[in-house]
Design a protein around this ligand. Structure first.
Ligand code: FES
Ligand code: FES
Length: 168
């Protein structure tokens, strides 16, 4: 008889919701999100840390979730694309991508939006060079980079405006 597969208990918060799970050490974070939590907005493009389709935020940092074991996220707070909207209202980043046609097939879009989230948390008014650097790990196979950059610039304006209004 084969040996029983070892499993490890983990706790993590995803999009504000706490989860306690028991997982195999080899389970990838992207597999946990997609197959155990049904959060299929996080995509798998390459499985080799290249494309960025699987990007999520772990404790605010953009990470390729095909590169992280689920057990490494024990105790972490994770944000996926499903967690961007609030009460049915799109996040300013999501609105900007829609309004600026920052997507074609949309496969890369969730990862790009999370990379944008990290960028704008660190730099409220990024110039084009900073934007290109921030999304260097996210490949768009439809090559719609011009509109993606316009979308990130629009998101920065939207979010800066919201912050300025709320601080008045
Ligand atoms: S699926 Fe993770 S980087 Fe491509
Ligand atoms: S919109 Fe198709 S891969 Fe980016």
């Amino acid at each position: 008889m084969p040996d029983a597969v070892e499993t490890i208990p983990i706790r993590l918060k995803v999009n504000g919701k706490s989860h306690s799970l028991t997982v195999e050490p080899r389970l990838l974070l992207v597999e946990l999100l997609r197959e155990h939590l049904d959060l299929t907005g996080t995509h798998v493009g390459c499985d080799t840390t290249y494309c960025g389709a699987c990007t999520v935020l772990i404790n605010g940092a953009a990470v390729k979730s095909c590169t992280v074991f689920a057990v490494q996220a024990d105790g972490a707070e994770i944000l996926t694309v499903e967690g961007l909207e609030t009460d049915g209202q799109l996040h300013p980043i999501q609105r900007a991508f829609a309004e600026c046609y920052g997507l074609q097939c949309g496969y890369c879009t969730p990862g790009l939006m999370l990379a944008t989230h990290q960028l704008l948390a660190r730099n409220k008014r990024p110039d084009e060079k900073a934007i290109r650097k921030a999304i260097a790990g996210n490949t768009c196979r439809c090559t719609g980079y011009q509109n993606i950059i316009k979308a990130i610039q629009a998101a920065a304006r939207n979010m800066d405006g919201v912050q300025q209004r709320s601080s008045v």
